[in-house]
Write a protein that binds this ligand. Structure first.
Ligand SMILES: Nc1ncnc2c1ncn2[C@@H]1O[C@H](COP(=O)(O)OP(=O)(O)OP(=O)(O)O)[C@@H](O)[C@H]1O
Length: 518
């Protein structure tokens, strides 16, 4: 075996000196670091064969260095040392790819044996990876990681769907990463951000600056304001060739904990698998998590770890270099995350980490002439798509569009124009095609206050009856904002789909086209 390079990470100076002298006596070259941050800096300057790290298993981030090394330096073995028994953490460390977990301080013989075995296994797998195919040099099956730290029970068996895969840089991906589905990564389409209002241009200007960095960005704004479009814009600014993976936080939580009957350990494993599969698919590109406030507690921890890893990466001073395994995080929210923190529904530490770089998508009602520009953009697009000879809007239609306050923002406008194009049989969309919600002559929206908001049409009548009209209007607006997608609408209104169905039936909204279309 050649002279190996070992990085020893130990916060205790005397322990560090002792470990160094033990391993130096074996003929290895030793680097030393007092903490993870210093270790990452050294690793980025000069890769090593093995990292030997003493960490406190009680610290929630004690496995971060391990995760980092397994992801970024797949050929570097990691041996951990824990000063006290922590069976759960040992299992987790083994699952994440630790070659061994030892007691700290470990007897010299045990330490040397573990180091030798880890180095030998790394050398074997490197030789196997480097062998040209067809030469018949088969690698011995690796003995597999084993905890040496007392009896902690068997390591979780690997899931059948997660064989190690070649990462984008050619390195073997960490063993806990599921295989990337070949078609999984979305080919990013160009982002479209129509609009000339200064509030939007300012955000686009900021996005152009941020596109060049790998900083985690939080995009906030009301539903339908174009947060996803901004995320694509940020992604596309770096490179269109890289994967863009978008996922709604609630879907991620559902997918991870989908089976309510599953054992806690199994659902924890599902969750880790789901999370790592998303990261694997996004490797080298962007992971966009919509409505980050809906992440459940476990996923918030996973996200916090990922953001911390990114910070370590930034602290290591790397810029530009190998980005193939890096994942840029873009998060969005239409909720006020600070108030979720106050309610105890969102981790404060995570909130502080993700909210330092923030873009706010302006609501459409504050974007003046953009309503017309966007309406024209969607008119042209849908006329092309549905092969309709609709060339514009009548003056009264434009007036109606201008006066509406667009609670569903750009998505609502898009839905309204789409329907109008389908319903329009002449060359121009008229106010009638826009429906009573938008049409003041039909009286459905009621009078406006000075702030441009509608008065509720409530007179003195039985309460149940008085509440029906506003309820109907809220449902129609939500349906319009969500393109008549019932599942999404039920979710937005926080009612189940059956309730929504019954209410749509009651208000005669269950026709193919909305009842108000002439
Ligand atoms: N400036 C824009 N120019 C053109 N299309 C836009 C613009 N902003 C948004 N859109 C379109 O409007 C729709 C809604 O936008 P998007 O999904 O980005 O909003 P969002 O804020 O992410 O919504 P949500 O919070 O509900 O997920 C999309 O079809 C998007 O392509």
């Amino acid at each position: 075996m050649h002279k190996s390079r070992i990085l020893i990470v130990c916060p205790d100076a005397s322990g560090l000196a002792l470990l160094t002298s033990m391993l130096k006596s074996m003929g290895h070259v030793i680097d030393e670091a007092p903490n993870d941050r210093a270790a990452v800096r050294l690793l980025e300057r000069d890769p090593v064969d093995l990292v030997l790290a003493s960490v406190d298993p009680g610290d929630s981030d004690c496995l971060e260095l391990l995760t980092y090394v397994r992801r970024k330096h797949a050929r570097t073995a990691v041996v951990l040392m824990f000063p006290r028994v922590h069976p759960e953490r040992i299992k987790e460390a083994v699952r994440l790819g630790a070659a061994a977990v030892l007691k700290y301080p470990a007897p010299a013989a045990e330490l040397r044996a573990a180091v030798l075995q880890a180095l030998a296994e790394t050398e074997r797998s490197t030789a196997a990876t480097n062998s040209p195919p067809g030469l018949g040099i088969a690698a011995e099956p690796a003995a597999g990681p084993r905890p040496l730290f007392g009896d902690v029970g068997p390591a979780p068996s690997p899931s059948p769907v997660e064989p190690p895969v070649a990462g984008p840089g050619g390195d073997a991906a960490p063993a806990d990463r599921p295989r990337a589905t070949p078609v999984a990564a979305e080919t990013p389409r160009e982002a479209t951000l129509v609009g000339t209002d200064p509030s939007l241009r300012q955000i686009i200007g900021l996005a152009n600056v941020l596109a060049a960095s790998s900083a985690t960005v939080l995009i906030q704004g009301e539903p339908g304001t174009g947060k996803s479009e901004l995320a694509r814009w940020l992604h596309h600014g770096t490179s269109g060739e890289r994967p863009f993976v978008a996922i709604h936080a609630a879907e991620l939580s559902d997918a991870a904990g989908g089976d309510a009957r599953a054992e806690p350990a199994a659902s924890q494993r599902n969750l880790t698998l789901e999370w790592t599969s998303k990261l694997t698919r996004a490797a080298g590109g962007t992971l966009y998590i919509e409505e980050v406030g809906a992440l459940d507690a476990q996923l918030q921890i996973q996200l916090l770890r990922e953001v911390q890893l990114q910070d370590m990466e930034a602290a290591s001073g790397r810029s530009g270099g190998d980005r193939s395994a890096l994942v840029r995080l873009i998060l969005s929210t239409s909720e006020d995350l600070a108030s979720l923190v106050e309610q105890g529904r969102f981790r404060q530490d995570l909130f502080h980490r993700i909210s330092s770089v923030c873009l706010t998508a302006p609501p459409l009602r504050h974007r003046g002439d953009d309503v017309e520009l966007l309406a024209e953009h969607f008119r042209a697009r849908f006329a092309r798509q549905f092969d309709r000879n609709v060339v514009g809007f009548t003056r009264d239609a434009l007036e109606v569009l201008r006066r509406h306050d667009w609670p569903g923002n750009v998505r609502e406008l898009q839905g309204v124009v789409q329907r109008a194009v389908v319903m329009c049989h002449g060359p121009r969309i008229t106010a009638t095609h826009l429906g009573p919600i938008l049409n003041p002559h039909r009286g459905a929206r009621g009078a406006r206050t000075t702030q441009g908001r509608p008065h509720l049409p409530i007179g003195i009548r039985p309460l149940k009856e008085a509440l029906e009209e506003p309820e109907k209007q809220i449902i129609i607006q939500a349906l319009q904002a969500l393109n008549w997608n019932r599942q999404e609408t039920a979710r937005m209104l926080d009612i189940n789909r059956t309730t929504l169905y019954k209410k749509m039936k009651k208000y005669r909204l269950l026709v193919d086209e909305p009842m108000w279309v002439d």
